[in-house]
Ligand binder design. Structure first.
Ligand SMILES: Nc1ncnc2c1ncn2[C@@H]1O[C@H](COP(=O)(O)OP(=O)(O)OP(=O)(O)O)[C@@H](O)[C@H]1O
Length: 260
């Protein structure tokens, strides 16, 4: 070992943890939808979540965004490990958690440009008032975002005229405009053509270079192309975690999910 290597500061080899859930449980009418769940994601990182219907995937995301408060456990966020449990949904959104639901929710009567402009100007948070003022920097940012989501040519179009896939990308762009540190994406590939799926993969992989991205998806080919660590949920807990090859060869995963 050279002197230089020996005296150099230790290299940061691990991603820092952005979000950590530990021992989280939540029951609905006595039914444990989430059962002693522990989960960690770093920044940046891409993570896929798979699991059978009713495994708790939606509830897991609802807990992160503050829509559902757990009965037990901890949900810690950011460099200082602050608890998200006492925070409202809009406060959590402002802290940097963005969520993309399965159904696209863009402003159909506005153009693609207007949709992105509103998202850029909007204070972070689902119910905050939208207001906007045109600036040169804003126009450049809109174009950069549109390029990122493959909609540069579509900027003047009314969002309602876009294809399903394009609407999904527009919404991803609107979320990225808010610069979330964690982006939660629910079944992005649903209803998309193979070409659209491929573009969506590229977009998410790119987004995950600078932030944490959690993708809940049933389409295993799509998950494989994300080329990331996979967490398998079942009955509200983590059943398996690791590479796609690791989890898809796990006999328990095959039994509860893949072998259906
Ligand atoms: N508000 C609620 N009240 C009662 N039960 C609920 C509620 N929300 C979820 N559940 C139940 O908790 C379990 C987990 O549901 P969840 O929607 O989180 O699963 P999921 O993995 O997202 O399923 P899917 O793949 O079908 O979307 C299910 O059995 C569901 O019926």
């Amino acid at each position: 070992m050279s002197l230089d290597t020996a005296t150099a500061a230790p290299k940061k080899t691990r991603k820092s943890t952005l979000l950590e859930l530990s021992g989280v449980s939540v029951s609905f009418d006595g039914f444990k939808a989430i059962n002693n769940l522990s989960f960690q994601i770093g920044e940046p990182e891409m993570r896929a979540i798979i699991g059978p219907n009713g495994a708790g995937k939606t509830t897991f995301m609802d807990i992160i965004t503050g829509k559902t408060k757990p009965d037990e456990g901890r949900v810690l966020w950011g460099d200082d490990g602050i608890s998200l449990l006492g925070l409202s949904e809009s406060r959590i959104a402002r802290a940097g958690v963005g969520r993309k639901f399965q159904k696209p929710t863009v402003f159909e009567a506005q153009t693609v440009r207007e949709n992105l402009a509103m998202a850029l100007k909007a204070p972070r948070g689902p119910f905050d008032v939208l207001f906007h003022k045109k600036t040169r920097a804003g126009a450049e940012k809109i174009e950069a975002l549109a390029a990122q989501i493959g909609l540069l040519e579509q900027l003047p179009r009314i969002a309602g005229e876009l294809s399903h896939g394009q609407k999904q990308w527009l919404e991803i762009g609107m979320l990225l405009a808010q610069e979330p540190r964690l982006l939660l994406v629910d079944e992005p590939a649903a209803g998309m053509t193979p070409a659209e799926r491929e573009k969506t993969t590229e977009m998410l992989v790119e987004a995950a270079k600078t932030r944490a991205v959690v993708v809940v998806e049933h389409d295993m080919e799509f998950v494989r192309r994300l080329n990331c660590r996979v967490t398998v949920l079942n009955e509200g807990s983590v059943l398996a975690e690791g590479s796609i090859d690791h989890v898809t060869s796990d006999p328990q995963v095959i039994e509860v999910y893949l072998g259906r």
